[in-house]
Design a protein around this ligand. Structure first.
Ligand code: ATP
Ligand code: MG
Length: 367
């Protein structure tokens, strides 16, 4: 990014509207190896600046006035700022700003040096993203290890449950009813088989570290999850409203993992409404294409919502307010959604309650 600076060097030093005997001052500023300028502390007007300042910051709107220049550098619209480290709009380079009061020939001046720290910031940013990646990997791995242990422990009893249920179903069929028992046993078997499928996928995932992603129909995923929760919803006299946008594109996802996320979110929503009077319990599942062309799924409840303090801890593993909760539902959801290059989010629902949502890419936008 040297061309503007070189041009500025050729152009030489600029002087402000009131030179204030600044010939000597400009000579001094020119000797400084950073962008450097002096402003009158009484009026804020630029008095003198070296060539580097002219090249780096001298073309910015308001550069001849201290406050206007700062507004440009710190402004929300054009510049980005991290404390005294600012990003110049246009060039996009980062500067560390230092101010020093200085009186020259009885003129009170504020001396600004702007040191170009772009390289340091770039290094920091790349370290940060490496750290984030590492953190993400370690989170995935600890969830993976935990899941592997659980999978190992649960596999046997689940297989036994399915066997017992099959046996019981046969007995009921032979005895010719009652039909309610048959239905309950079938529902229990569906649940157990789903649990087994989740566990099988988790084991596979831990082994291969590579879930199977392909194009999936979101409405089918929603159906599967609702089928698993139907009994619980009936028991709680809960209305579930579906608002899936028509002709929704497919999602690029591991089907069982997304089912797991949605199941966790809907379960949380149902649990959040345990204490709410039946007439007010309303659960709504929405899906639509968002402005980034991702599929956005939202689970909206009419529970008590979350305080600021609660919402900050929400995604930490083992944070729970339930006597029967493990506090890993949302942590797992987040790992899964991040794996899918999506976003898990929370917001307050209009009219009370919470919205938990996530985004997923469509097959054509996968990375
Ligand atoms: N829809 C919601 N409304 C209000 N609070 C919620 C909602 N969803 C989650 N929470 C809060 O976040 C906490 C963490 O949720 P998370 O799903 O991670 O764990 P859990 O539901 O407590 O246990 P489990 O591991 O069985 O899922 C909950 O205990 C609850 O306090
Ligand atoms: Mg939960």
């Amino acid at each position: 990014m040297t061309p503007p600076r070189a041009a500025a060097r050729r152009a030489g030093t600029i002087a402000g509207p009131d030179p204030a005997g600044s010939a000597g001052l400009t000579a001094v500023l020119d000797a400084v190896p950073f962008a450097c300028a002096a402003f009158d502390r009484r009026t804020g007007a630029l008095q003198a600046a070296n060539a580097r300042f002219q090249g780096d910051l001298g073309t910015l709107p308001g550069h001849a006035q201290r406050d206007a220049l700062l507004a440009t550098l710190h402004g929300d619209l054009t510049g980005e700022a991290r404390g005294d480290e600012v990003r110049a709009p246009g060039s996009g380079r980062w500067y560390a700003l230092h101010w020093r009061d200085l009186d020259v020939d009885d003129v009170p001046l504020a001396l600004l040096t702007a040191v170009d720290i772009s390289e340091r910031i770039e290094t920091l940013d790349s370290h940060k993203s490496q750290q984030e990646k590492l953190l993400f990997t370690s989170r995935m791995m600890s969830v993976g290890e935990m899941a592997a242990t659980l999978a190992h422990e649960l596999n046997q009893p689940l297989a036994a449950i399915v066997n017992y249920l099959n046996g019981s179903l046969r007995l009921v069929e032979q005895a010719g009813g009652p039909v309610q028992v048959e239905r309950a046993l079938t529902a229990a078997r569906t649940q157990a088989e789903h649990a087994a499928a989740v566990i099988a996928r988790v084991r596979e995932f831990v082994r291969a570290r590579e879930p199977r992603r392909d194009a999936q129909d979101l409405p089918l995923i929603v159906d599967t999850v609702l089928e698993l929760l139907r009994l619980e919803a009936e028991r709680q006299q809960l209305r579930i409203e579906l608002a899936l946008a028509p002709a929704l594109p497919q999602v690029y996802a591991d089907r069982v993992m997304v089912e797991q996320v949605l199941l966790n979110l809907v379960k949380n929503a149902i649990e959040a409404m345990r204490e709410v009077p039946a007439a007010q319990r309303g659960l709504r599942i929405e899906a639509r294409v968002n402005l980034d062309d991702e599929i956005e799924v939202r689970v909206c409840d009419r529970g008590p919502g979350l305080s600021q303090a609660q919402s900050e801890q929400l995604f930490s593993p083992f944070y729970t307010t339930k006597s029967d909760g493990l506090g890993i539902g949302l942590a797992i959801c987040r790992s899964i959604i991040e794996y899918h290059e999506g976003r898990l989010f929370f917001e307050a629902r209009d009219g009370g309650g919470s919205v938990f949502g996530f985004t997923l890419p469509t097959p054509d936008r996968r990375l």
